[in-house]
Design a protein around this ligand. Structure first.
Ligand SMILES: [Zn+2]
Ligand SMILES: [Zn+2]
Length: 534
């Protein structure tokens, strides 16, 4: 029998949603994203992939899920350093401070505005990750008739709203007469410096006083925005949201999720089933930072696809419980890819997991990570091997030939596998160029003379013997690997010293890819030539 413990978190979440929202034919999922700058792959986790994988489970049981993505485009531009640096003249860009994001121009001048510019690096690539989301901006949302009447309802009942929200704001309560709306200043275009001073429900407008430019005027409801907590409640109600995961910052007791639920309950409005998730941090050069749009930290979906397959990121995210932090390190791509490959092999029963429970979990992660489970297991070449092959040749035929020499693929490969393998090699090649991972960058030496002084007498002996062995016959990569390993017994030095000798001779550094594969890919003849001076 399947115990609760074995059940995947995504399956558990699906059950929670059904329990809280009842069985129905169609569900609405929602996620919210601020377009405060670069759309990074951190957003792909909680906001997009978590709901999308649960939608997939629902859809496998003939249910329909409409997955909506709300972009908070009425939010203010904060003019943070990371944001203004996108512009040619950062100092000048500070003049957009307090504007709605939708009004800020494209910093590179290639799209309609700021929002479209950054979305262009994200939206078109989501389907590659198997994510189908129906976007709506809050700018569009405030133009909807239903929204306007709900906004009016909240504003009419503002005293009640204030009392509910103040239960969560003991230290800093909203004052009497507070109008929970941010109007847009017509004169200076700021939305963050206006104070609502009067209401006109008939004309659907709010009177303001602008603390930045000093002007007074009327802002239509659709140009402004509700205070955040009311805005979230309004989105849940109007979009009829059944499920929306939220970042851990909203999850604290008495935080925005709690107070929005309370507000919705009091007003008899819809509120969704929810679930908190943790962030993806960016780990590079020994530093750990939160991936942020406004700080320009992280990598876009477009950039990720340049260097790795979408399933690899999906697998990393799906195989980690939602409330656990992820420290994404671009240098770890070989590891992330290996984990995905391994789960795939377990899924197709080519490899066995350490325990049955673990195996079941890996299989479920795999099913949810791939866009579609293939009929048969694709042929995979380890990312690390791809990375070094990519540095030895450019032409496709030659790349495949070298991969064969490493012993990672058979002599005949189907067209589909060939394409996928070449893609991985090309991606790994770009990864090498972009991130310059010291351990993986190789430069084949011309001769051994340059490193001769760095080798011990025993190591030199080993290399002489290796040269003889290579001259004698053509080796298979694994056989050669084992042969090199045996030198440690024959010459009484450690395996580490043996392999170091090989790497120093061939690559001029102390580490490298599997020696057997390396020598085969570089070519036995070429290695013999390098070793001639020993
Ligand atoms: Zn642009
Ligand atoms: Zn103003």
């Amino acid at each position: 029998m399947e115990s609760e413990d074995v059940k995947h978190w995504a399956d558990q979440l699906k059950e929670k949603i059904i329990k809280e929202r009842e069985e129905k034919e169609r569900y609405v999922f929602n996620c919210g994203m601020s377009i405060s700058g670069m759309m990074h792959i951190g957003n792909l986790r909680g906001e997009l992939l978590i709901p999308s994988s649960i939608a997939k489970i629902f859809e496998s049981t003939e249910k329909k899920v409409d997955f909506k993505g709300v972009y908070y485009t009425q939010d203010r531009f904060k003019a943070r350093d990371g944001q203004v640096q996108n512009f040619e003249n950062p100092e000048d860009a500070k003049k957009y401070k307090g504007w709605r994001l939708i009004d800020v121009p494209d910093p590179k001048d290639c799209h309609e505005n700021w929002v479209e510019h950054f979305n262009s690096k994200n939206d078109p690539f989501l389907s590659k990750f198997g994510i189908e989301v129906d976007p709506i901006t809050t700018t569009e949302f405030y133009r909807m008739e239903e929204t306007k009447s709900l906004v009016k309802g909240f504003l009419k009942e503002r005293n009640r709203v204030r009392k509910i929200l103040n239960q969560y704001r003991e230290r800093n309560p909203y004052p009497e007469g507070w109008i929970p709306f941010d109007p847009l200043c017509k004169k200076c275009r700021r939305i963050d410096s206006t104070e609502s001073i009067d209401l006109d429900f008939k004309e659907e407008r709010v009177k303001y006083k602008c603390n930045s430019c000093g002007s007074e005027g009327w802002s239509s409801i659709e140009n402004g925005k509700l205070a955040w907590r009311l805005e979230w409640s309004a989105l849940w109600e109007i979009l009829e949201v059944d499920f929306e995961p939220f970042g851990k910052d909203h999850a604290t007791p008495g935080g925005s999720r709690d107070s929005c639920v309370k507000l919705s309950k009091e007003f008899g409005l819809n509120y969704p089933s929810g679930f908190p998730f943790n962030w993806v941090y960016w780990k590079k050069d020994g530093n750990i930072k939160e991936m942020t749009s406004s700080g320009n930290v992280g990598m876009t979906a477009e950039d990720f696809l340049e260097i790795a397959e979408p399933e690899v990121l999906n697998y990393l995210y799906i195989s980690t419980k939602p409330m656990k932090e992820i420290y994404f390190n671009p240098l770890e791509l070989p590891t992330y890819t290996r984990r995905f490959d391994r789960a795939e092999a377990v899924y197709f029963d080519e490899k066995e997991a350490r325990t049955e429970k673990r195996g079941m979990n890996m299989k479920r992660n795999y099913e949810l990570a791939v866009k579609e489970v293939p009929d048969k297991k694709p042929l995979r070449v380890p990312y690390g091997t791809c990375a070094f092959v990519a540095q030895l040749a450019e032409k496709e035929d030659r790349l495949l030939e070298l991969t064969k020499k490493t012993g990672q693929i058979p002599d005949t490969v189907s067209g589909k596998d060939k394409g996928a393998i070449l893609n991985r090699i090309k991606r790994a090649g770009k990864w090498i160029k972009k991130f310059n991972p010291e351990q993986h960058v190789i430069k084949v030496q011309e001769n051994v003379l340059d490193v001769k002084d760095r080798l011990s007498e025993e190591q030199k002996e080993v290399l002489r013997k290796l040269r003889e062995d290579l001259e004698e016959k053509q080796w298979k990569p694994d056989e050669l690997q084992n042969r090199i390993y045996q030198f440690k017994e024959e010459y009484g030095i450690s395996a580490g010293e043996v392999f170091q000798a090989v790497y120093l001779a061939v690559l001029g550094k102390k580490s490298g890819p599997r020696a057997g594969q390396l020598i085969k890919a570089v070519g036995q003849d070429k290695v013999v030539k390098i070793l001639n001076g020993i």
